[in-house]
Design a protein around this ligand. Structure first.
Ligand code: KG4
Ligand code: ZN
Length: 335
């Protein structure tokens, strides 16, 4: 018999619900983005995000069930993101999931958002199975993860300061591109020369795969100030392309070095930044050179969504790893 999981995701500025069958088949994937609401502030305003989740969640959940052509009676469990993320935003999803699970006598599953991003690739690639190395690059995280099995992970490298997506967002703001910064910066970079300006790449020695993106961010800001003071025009497209290349190179080189050390022949890419075309291309090139198979999710599963939470939740469901009504939001939850 097939098992359906209703999943809820509200960790940042997307209100999302999905119904996933047997972990990997997505029957519905509803995402209500708050981008137009936060755009005028130049970034996500946590309190506004929480209030909008409260408004949107009931309708989004109803649509997820309707589109999957099922009711609560058909469900095996309810999965919800309980961290990491914005505490108020997480609480809205956790409260909704707890109330629905209690009212419908369904098991509740608390899912780590990063685990969800990793699971996005299972949905898109049915042959994919652990172990593999995954780069999770999003607005809040840049982790190189060794995925031992469906529920166990080892962190091989992480950022010591800004996350990759955060660096994209900050530089986009410096260039006056607005929010959300990543996709806008990528678009501008397509018109620029990635070799025009040399920005620093940081390595912490041969034994560490950690990242640092605050150095390249400061270098870009200093470059802008210097050029402005000298009265020279800045080619924003060249700047965007050169910055993007510095970030992409670090992400690719550290991930493939970590995969090599682990003797891993499969590498996956996940999280919002995995929507970036230059990063996907660089991953494919590096994979060809090192004879590694690389997977990335389709664009809709790169950024925040509930289908990935349903997939991750399914593997916890199979282990009987359930939460109870004391489940709480954990904003700084570790993988
Ligand atoms: O995974 P996600 O939706 O939310 C978090 O869990 O943080 O990732 C959002 C991040 C943002 O920083 C956004 O600027 C970045 O992913 N992003 C991109 C692109 N699309 C989204 N960064 C670079 N290029 C893109 N095309
Ligand atoms: Zn995310």
């Amino acid at each position: 018999m097939s098992e359906l999981i209703l999943a809820i995701e509200s960790s940042c500025d997307e209100t999302a619900a999905a119904v996933v069958q047997d972990g990997r088949k997505v029957l519905s994937n509803i995402i209500s983005s708050q981008i137009p609401i936060h755009q005028r502030y130049g970034g996500v305003v946590p309190e506004i995000a929480s209030r909008n989740h409260v408004l949107q969640l009931p309708g989004v959940i109803d649509r997820a069930l309707a589109e999957a052509n099922c009711t609560f009676l058909d469900l095996a469990a309810i999965a919800v993101t309980y961290g990491p993320g914005l505490v108020g935003a997480l609480l809205t999803g956790v409260s909704a999931a707890k109330a629905l699970a209690a009212a419908r006598h369904l098991p509740l599953i608390g899912v780590n958002h990063i685990h969800g991003h990793i699971a996005a690739n299972y949905i898109a690639h049915e042959q994919l199975a652990p172990p593999f190395v995954c780069l999770v690059a999003s607005g809040g995280h840049s982790h190189i993860v060794y995925v031992k099995n469906y529920t166990e992970f080892e962190i091989l490298g992480r950022t010591r300061d800004d996350a990759a997506g955060e660096a994209f967002d900050k530089i986009a703001r410096v260039l006056g591109l607005g929010y959300p910064g990543g996709p806008k910066l990528e678009k501008l970079a397509q018109e620029g020369n990635p070799d025009a300006i040399s920005f620093p790449r940081v390595n912490f020695g041969t034994t560490s795969y950690d990242f640092s993106f605050s150095g390249v961010k400061t270098a870009v800001i200093n470059y802008v100030h210097k050029e402005e003071q000298a009265g020279r025009d800045i080619c924003k497209a060249d700047l965007a392309a050169s910055f993007q290349q510095a970030v992409v190179e670090a992400l690719v080189s550290h991930t493939f070095a970590a995969a090599e050390e682990k003797g891993c022949k499969v590498v996956t890419l996940a999280g919002g930044v995995s929507a970036n075309g230059a990063l996907r291309q660089a991953f494919s090139l590096a994979a060809d050179v090192s004879n590694i198979t690389v997977y990335y999710p389709p664009l809709i599963l790169c950024t925040d969504n509930a289908a990935m939470i349903g997939c991750a939740g399914y593997y916890m469901y199979k282990q009987g790893n359930f939460a109870d009504n004391r489940l709480n939001a954990v904003p700084n939850l570790k993988l």
